[in-house]
Design a protein around this ligand. Structure first.
Ligand code: IDC
Length: 675
């Protein structure tokens, strides 16, 4: 079975490498990506390989597990395959709370696998499995017999197909095999003997994947209303086998005797059932959609913890289709673009998965000390959707789980005539725009350019009575921490879009009750950032917040250093170095180089101080690694670090900022040696 951890790491590394190449920021970046990934585990990361215990599907820890999936329409149909894409599945996962996709590969009808379209269908299945796997979703490979009725009819093709698929996916923990969608016009013994040939083919490659076997009469668990042939004569000798049951919740026929089938199969016969397909419509795939009977059916499945997948992810003009036929988008649908069935399924799955609750918290973050009587209003221009409605006082603007970029924003304040607001955005291909104020648009319109970062600050005579806080949802990172009073929120140099934003105004100096550590990702993402020029090596990548810069055990001298405060930090940093043959140089500040370049002269000592507002809020500590001596203790706020009169080179340095008066990062007994 696939090693999930390895996949997270592989994903993180790919991201790090692809971004790292363009930025040179690999070390600082990699941790945050891994953390961001770990914070939101995918369904497969959380639940791993599934198995069957008694009648229940269980996850890797043996806990009962329910699939909440969505089935594609036929993969050969023009209303089916366009939705077989990763962005669509991501919308299902992140916005709907679905954990599974079912790939309906018709065998006969409409470009079916056994109807001359083998390679086309296989390519679609491979595409769907790859997308679901990258997203950490479960995926069902469905041999969608329908008009062909008896699975015996294409048995040899089925065996060949499942041999190939199970060989390809034998190490995947998320792939489920459904070997015959809806047998009809044949007996259970036909189906069973088919299953007894296909199952061993899969088991030869994969000893434990879930295999789901279709049942008589379009998978109704028996050939007539009160018969249960598969339950009375189940398949023996294999583990992790389940039986298909299908229903269409608004079909008058299905709302009679069919309703007893799940309880009877499970309670009486102890047979594991999987609803690989249900519709909210009638059995034709069209007609009435009755939300009352739909709720009853799904509640019954939930009571028995039976898994289910909804038919179908399509905009076909029929009521079982989850997307409105007027909508041609193949991912990122808004609720107004979903059909009645689509909205019902989305709501149902969101509640079940906790996505609704998480999103409620994103939309309504718990902010303390909001400034009484002050209203900040803002609206965003979103890719495809255009201008959204105005949001106020901390509510989310933008979208969540739909991967849509923000392109423009307008912000205004009310409630204090002495208060105004200004803001500027960092726009793809353009960079920082000029500041805009009090409701004027920042960003672009009609140019499809993403916002990547934003700064917001208060203006006017009364601006010092308040603090403005804001945070953004950045692509790949998710929600960053809250920025304050003009600090940058978003990312820089990584070409990542903003997708959402919250803004709130808090009474001056009061705690907002939300995290504020890291509102920004990119170069200078640390509070204090620095890099050194090393003998033979040249400039190293930037380090930040206590990480070592320089080399260790290589006897190479430091020759130069840049030091810079984090983006948006209110204040400055100033530093001077003691250089071989030269002595103390003059002070340098805010990123300028100290030391020498091209002269092969070693640094022997350094002093560093904070300036401006930050100097009253933080102490700066630093220590150096000295030739033949090793690490000296920490120096603080302008004290000398290093040696003097000893002709010893510096080889490494750590720099860190600590809230004013806080504990030192280590011993401060001997920060320097002066001879
Ligand atoms: C339906 C589709 C419809 C298509 C028809 C025939 O919704 O657009 O024209 O198939 O191919 C099933 C089947 C499933 C059916 C669905 C609704 O598994 O393929 O899809 N249904 O009729 N069993 C019961 C209902």
């Amino acid at each position: 079975m696939q090693k999930t951890a390895r996949r997270i790491l592989a994903f993180a590394l790919t991201l790090v490498l692809s971004l790292g190449l363009t930025t040179g920021m690999i070390p600082a970046f990699s941790n945050s990506v891994i953390e961001a990934e770990a914070a939101a585990l995918t369904p497969v990361q959380q639940h791993g390989a599934l198995s069957v215990s008694g009648t229940q599907l269980v996850d890797k820890s043996g806990q009962p597990f329910q699939i909440h999936g969505v089935s594609t329409h036929g993969l050969g149909w023009d209303v089916g395959y366009p939705y077989n894409n990763k962005a669509a599945f991501q919308t299902l996962r992140d916005d709907w709370g679905a954990n599974c996709v079912r790939l309906a590969m018709y065998t006969e009808e409409y470009n079916g696998y056994c109807n001359g379209n083998k390679s086309g269908m296989k390519a679609q299945v491979e595409k769907g499995v790859a997308a679901a796997t990258e997203l950490g979703m479960y995926v069902i490979i469905d041999w969608h017999i329908l008009n062909d009725g008896n699975p015996q009819r294409h048995k040899s093709e089925a065996k060949e197909f499942f041999r190939e698929m199970s060989s390809k996916y034998k190490n995947y923990s998320n792939v489920i095999y459904e070997i015959c969608n809806e047998p009809n016009g044949c007996s259970w013994s036909d189906i069973k003997s088919y299953a007894l040939e296909v199952i061993p083919v899969i088991r030869a490659n994969d000893s434990d994947a879930i295999i789901i076997v279709g049942t008589p009469t379009w998978s109704q668990l028996g050939s007539a209303g009160h018969t249960y042939e598969p339950c009375e004569d189940p398949i023996r000798g294999y583990s992790n086998i389940m039986y298909t049951f299908h229903f269409y919740a608004s079909d008058p026929n299905h709302n009679q005797w069919l309703k007893n089938k799940i309880p009877t199969a499970i309670d009486k016969y102890k047979i594991p059932v999987f609803v690989t397909e249900f519709g909210l419509s009638e059995a034709s795939g069209n007609g009435n959609v009755n939300t009352q009977t739909s709720s009853e059916w799904l509640s019954m499945c939930d009571k028995y913890k039976v898994s289910y997948c909804a038919w179908s992810l399509s905009n076909k003009n029929e009521t079982s289709a989850l997307i409105k036929s007027s909508c041609s988008k193949t991912s990122g649908w808004s609720t107004s673009e979903l059909s009645t069935a689509g909205n019902f399924i989305r709501d149902w799955y969101r509640k079940q998965s906790g996505v609704a609750e998480q999103q409620y918290k994103i939309n309504n973050p718990d902010i303390t000390n909001k400034a009484p009587g002050i209203t900040v209003s803002y609206r965003t221009h979103v890719q495809n959707d255009g201008w959204q409605a105005w949001k106020t006082n901390g509510l989310m603007a933008g979208t969540s789980g739909r991967s849509l970029r923000l392109e423009g924003i307008e912000i205004k304040v009310a409630g204090d005539s002495g208060l105004g607001i200004r803001y500027r955005t960092h726009v793809q291909n353009i960079g920082w725009q000029d500041w805009k104020a009090n409701g004027v648009m920042s960003g672009t319109s009609g140019r499809s350019l993403r916002l990547e970062g934003i700064q917001i600050e208060l203006t006017g005579a009364n601006k010092d009575k308040y603090d403005v806080y804001y945070r953004v949802h950045a692509q790949n990172y998710g929600w960053l921490d809250w920025a304050k009073n003009g600090a940058m929120a978003g990312t820089e140099s990584y070409s990542l879009r903003l997708e959402g934003i919250n803004i709130v105004i808090v009474s001056k100096g009061k705690a907002p009750g939300v995290p504020t550590t890291r509102p920004y990702q990119g170069p200078y993402a640390g509070l204090i950032n620095y890099r050194t020029h090393v003998q033979n090596v040249g400039w190293q990548a930037w380090s930040c917040d206590g990480a070592m810069s320089g080399t260790s055990g290589r006897h190479l001298r430091l020759e130069g250093i840049n030091i810079q405060l984090g983006r948006g930090v209110n204040g400055g940093v100033t530093y001077q170095t003691h250089v071989q043959n030269v002595g103390w140089q003059s002070w340098r500040s805010n990123g300028a180089m100290a030391g020498t370049s091209g002269r092969s002269l070693r640094l022997e000592g350094i002093r560093i101080s904070l300036t401006g507002a930050i100097a009253s809020q933080y102490d700066i500590y630093y220590r150096v690694h000295v030739q033949d001596v090793g690490w000296l203790d920490w120096a603080k706020n302008g004290e000398m670090s290093g040696t003097s009169g000893m002709s010893k080179r510096l080889e490494g340095i750590n720099i860190i900022m600590v809230p004013k008066g806080g504990a030192a990062p280590g011993s401060t007994a001997r920060p320097n040696i002066v001879r």
